[in-house]
Unconditional design. Structure first.
Length: 519
């Protein structure tokens, strides 16, 4: 393959692209798309070959079973590490050995194994394994070796070598597609407002305006008679649940046109309803009374199926495990700690005792492996319920709420210092990502992840506004006005990335959608 040199071989406005490499990956792309005539024509016109010259020679020797020349060619190829060269030689010797066995030349196979293969830097286990395969093949007879045909085995050897040998000898598969996709992904990642599943055009550099995110009030829900404390979309995005200090929770149906209508009003609590949680299959809903019982509701019928606890049952929050059969609840009463139940009210597991302070909030990751709890205002504990390994994060300021991303990799906590902190569940980060701008001093304010791929974070605020951040930026990218009192909680529709709900002390739930140009 001829190599060009000089300034004329470089392409692009910044002169960063080698012309020969660029043409070669175009040829590869044409072949992979099935345009063989065009690829061959480009090879001829450009004098650039898709296959590296040394590999073409190696390929010819292998297909002709010219093993001595195959080994000689491999030894002459430059740019290979000793380990890589040994691995490639091992593959060639392996094919040669099996073909010797095919022809009944056992002495030649044994000689190759002892004098050539045993000296390769591939590890004793590989060599012993090959010797065992030789012995097995000899016992089983030649038919076992010839089953797929010798020529097919040689083709398979070439494929294995292509996977092993590095660039520029072998091009990574679909290299041009990978480069273009990487460039597109980079543009998407740098776009603060990207929130659409529509394909990105290659004809121009990508950018979105802020109308990709929910910025306009599209509906106001007035059915609650007092402060609305909590709001959460179902996992399938078809319902919304809200809870209020008016002692009710409401299940709303999201219609096809994006409008909301009441499906059920859940009204058997005697005290304000502070929290709701959807089962992963969206068939059940938990509602938590403020220092009161937990109720389990059938979403389709609106019937209360079970009540957990009794009067004075101080539950702060609850969450579901992914099987929709187990729930876990945290109590602000240290003696009650954290309890896991099944849906029939049977206690499965509990965490209590002297080390268990009051639980302010908790969540379970999507895989069900991690239980994340906020304890005694400033402490976060991440417990792997499978291995029982526990990790503790200490914040400097009081935490009011917790929310986990849909993929279970990250979580955010709201602090009364007017910051939101994002941590990773695995514990790789030493410091959190921080988000500021909203107002929070004395009330419980809740935030959430949302948008396409959970790219955004939204939060309520004590100044009656909703704040939205791109996860990569500490400053808000949009502030939504409309509520007249504190916004306590927000929820982003997991299936409709341009739909957001907010709950406020002004007795309303607001539904936010994209700007006019997107509707």
């Amino acid at each position: 393959m001829p190599m060009e040199s000089g300034y004329s071989t470089m392409l692009g406005a910044k002169g960063l692209i080698r012309k020969t490499e660029f043409v070669r990956i175009i040829i590869q792309c044409l072949y992979s798309l099935g345009y063989e005539k065009s690829a061959s024509c480009l090879e001829s016109e450009s004098s650039v070959s898709y296959k590296w010259k040394d590999f073409e020679v190696l390929e010819s020797h292998i297909l002709d079973a010219n093993w001595e020349d195959s080994i000689s060619t491999l030894n002459q190829i430059k740019g290979l590490t000793d380990e890589m060269r040994s691995s490639a030689l091992f593959l060639v010797f392996k094919q040669c050995l099996f073909e010797c066995l095919c022809h009944g030349d056992y002495s030649m196979a044994l000689s190759l194994l002892q004098k050539q293969v045993s000296h390769l830097k591939v590890g004793r286990e590989k060599v012993h394994g090959l010797a065992f395969d030789m012995l097995s093949a000899k016992v089983m007879g030649n038919d076992a070796i010839n089953e797929n045909g010798v020529s097919e085995l040689r083709e398979r050897l070439l494929v294995e070598l292509e996977r092993l040998l590095p660039p520029p000898i072998i091009l990574p598969e679909r290299r041009l597609e990978h480069l273009v996709e990487t460039a597109v992904a980079s543009q998407i990642d740098s776009c603060m407002y990207h929130n659409s599943m529509s394909a990105v055009s290659l004809y121009e550099d990508h950018s979105c305006d802020r109308d990709q995110i929910p910025t306009q009030t599209v509906q106001i829900l007035f059915d609650h008679k007092n402060e609305v404390w909590f709001v959460q979309f179902s996992n399938n995005g078809e319902y919304l649940a809200s809870s209020s200090s008016d002692c009710t929770a409401i299940i709303w149906k999201v219609l096809e046109d994006g409008k909301f209508t009441v499906k059920h009003t859940l009204s058997s609590h005697q005290k304000p309803v502070s929290f709701v949680a959807w089962s992963p299959d969206d068939k059940m809903l938990l509602t938590c009374g403020n220092v009161e019982v937990i109720k389990l509701w059938d979403v389709e019928t609106g019937i209360c199926r079970r009540t957990f606890g009794d009067h004075g049952f101080a539950i702060s929050s609850c969450a579901w495990f992914p099987d929709s059969k187990r729930i876990v609840c945290g109590s602000s009463d240290p003696e009650k700690g954290i309890c896991m139940w099944d849906c029939d009210g049977n206690e499965i597991r509990a965490w209590r005792g002297m080390r268990m302070p009051k639980v302010l909030d908790l969540a379970v990751t999507a895989d069900g492996n991690n239980l994340i709890t906020v304890l005694s205002d400033k402490e976060i504990r991440i417990l792997n319920v499978v291995s029982n390994v526990e990790r503790v994060i200490s914040e400097e300021h009081s935490i009011t709420s917790l929310s986990v991303s849909s993929d279970g990799k990250f979580f955010v906590v709201n602090l009364n210092s007017q910051e939101i902190h994002m941590w990773d569940v695995d514990g790789k980060w030493q410091k959190p990502m921080k988000y500021t701008g909203h107002k929070q001093h004395k009330y419980v304010i809740r935030s959430c992840f949302g948008g396409l791929s959970s790219t955004f974070i939204a939060s309520g605020s004590e100044n009656s506004e909703v704040y939205i951040w791109n996860r990569r930026c500490s400053e808000p990218i949009k502030i939504l006005s409309g509520h007249s009192m504190t916004v306590n909680c927000v929820s982003w529709n997991p299936r409709k990335p341009q739909m957001l709900a907010s709950a406020s002390d002004d007795h309303t739930v607001r539904i936010w959608g994209p700007g006019r140009s997107q509707r």
